[in-house]
Design a protein around this ligand. Sequence first.
Ligand code: GDP
Ligand code: MG
Length: 620
Amino acid sequence: FTADRIRNFSIIAHIDHGKSTLADRLLEMTGTISTRTANKQVLDKLEVERERGITVKAQTASMIYEHNGRRYLMNLIDTPGHVDFSYEVSRSLSACQGTLLLVDACQGIQAQTVANFYLAFSQDLTIIPIVNKIDLPAADPERIVQQMESAFELGAGEALMVSAKTGINTEQILPAIIERIGGPVADRSRPLKALLFDSWYDKYVGVVCLMAIKDGQLMKGDRIVSSHTENKYEVMEVGLMYPEQVPTGALYAGQVGYVVCSMKNAKEAHIGDTFYRLKQPVDPLPGFEPAKSMVFAGVYPVDTDDFSQLEESITKLTLNDASVNVQKETSLALGQGWRIGFLGTLHLDVFRQRLEQHKHACQVDGTYHLRARLVVEKDGKETIVRTPADFPSPDTMPHQRCTLQEPMVLATLIFPAEYLGPMLELCGMRRGEQKEYQYLDDNHVMVRYVLPMAEIVTDFYDELKSRSSGFASFDYEETGYQESDLVKVTGHMFVSSSSEALMAGGQMDVLLNGKPVDALATVLHRSQVQAVGRDWAKRLKNVIQRQLFEVAIQTAVGSRVIARESVPAMRKNVTAKCYGGDVTRKMKLLNKQREGKKRMKRLGSVDLPQEAFFTLMNKD
Ligand code: GDP
Ligand code: MG
């Protein structure tokens, strides 16, 4: 197939608008899969994806289709369906020349449709609007076309009206792709230039890469080099995804296929990287960015004996996911564990779910930390604040003349007009700045806001749903960093001076000789400090067992106290009645009994069950 007989396209759609059903339908119509296996969503391979109905790892497939007596190679390049992966989406799109913009005929344009549209639009892709599910009684295709005109300035008459499920009008799709979307610009006679846009780990053959051959050709036995790492590889096998791997021995300019080379670790497969033939370097393709973690969470075994088993599972899971960043970490409160960086909170959730499938008793720190950034003004040096421990101490800050920055997103919200008030109020409360405001049709409003990522990753989505009775849809893309008034909040416990038992001289910081317990600190915007500080102090009080002496709890920013709570001392007579005899000894016995699952963490002289920390870390 020469470039003029090749079409590289993707499907972009809001979740549940029918992307997988349409992909299966196209594979079936071209005979790539049999009718019997169709409708099983061949392309959504991972278990988690099926469960959650989202595409985490994109799946790509080639088809052969005859149109006006000519045979075409049609490559459907699938994209991940969630904003956490918008960089991956943009790289997949850069392997395409066009895209099908699929919208549900009942639901209409949703936020994810808009976010994906802009990704495709900014790459100059040809966009074919498709209204899906016209078989449904509630379908209102005219209204959807009107929405597309308002939101995307797509002309009337451009849209196809189909039902991916029943097949109505789906025969119009492939001809439209051939006629409206051009073939790739590709030159076979130039030196090899290949874009890596997806990869996975296969336990039999190792790392499998998907590449779009922009120029030249790639053959089995070739020696290729990564522009990003300059690592050299030998090509063991190349071929088409049809829809499973079918070896062809060679891939030519304009084609998209899989490449198995001597790559040992999926971490070497950098999405967006350009490969060239050994000794024939080319200019790398634009748009490459190394994977960056936006959310960091701690993972700890509940039982320290499980450490090595858990480590094995984490290694296995991350083999397949080059975008996860793992570092060992030791926490005073929780022992040895890992600090793991993810692309976003969904990415974190998926990882957590996979760990659970491995049936490990582990705890994932629910108070994950966002990637904040410290920039030293003097020399522009940047430090990533991954954990509260990386936060600059107040003494060093002023000398260094540095600024703290937090990651921002451009959010799209779409909702029925009657919810306008509550929606704008919510965005305002979350430090949002309005960028766009538009009616999509008589009854639907679209707004776009720049918001701090920290304000949307926790309960924003839940709030949005409850304030709009579930009707609002929401999506976002990263837009870089903005200077921000970030502070570190810490939790402290003190044994109050009235307990003579332990006190030799006034107050004592029980957090191990003044070393703060890392699990009890977080980085926040100053406006959130009061609420979070109070909430923490209350929670701490609830989880700290009553001691033989009064314990004072404080949350603070630096030396400024935000909130206090106190846990009164256990009264000796009460305890004596219950247990009889020496209370301290009884306590010891009790504690011993709890060992195993509920290991006690002795912090100075206050005993805290490890469970207490987990309770604190995981909201509710
Ligand atoms: P995705 O999340 O975009 O991949 O959406 P799916 O392909 O998984 O489809 C979501 C749901 O919509 C499934 O229950 C499909 O059976 C259903 N669906 C998809 N296309 C149509 C259609 O044309 N008509 C009807 N009635 N249902 C459809
Ligand atoms: Mg799907």
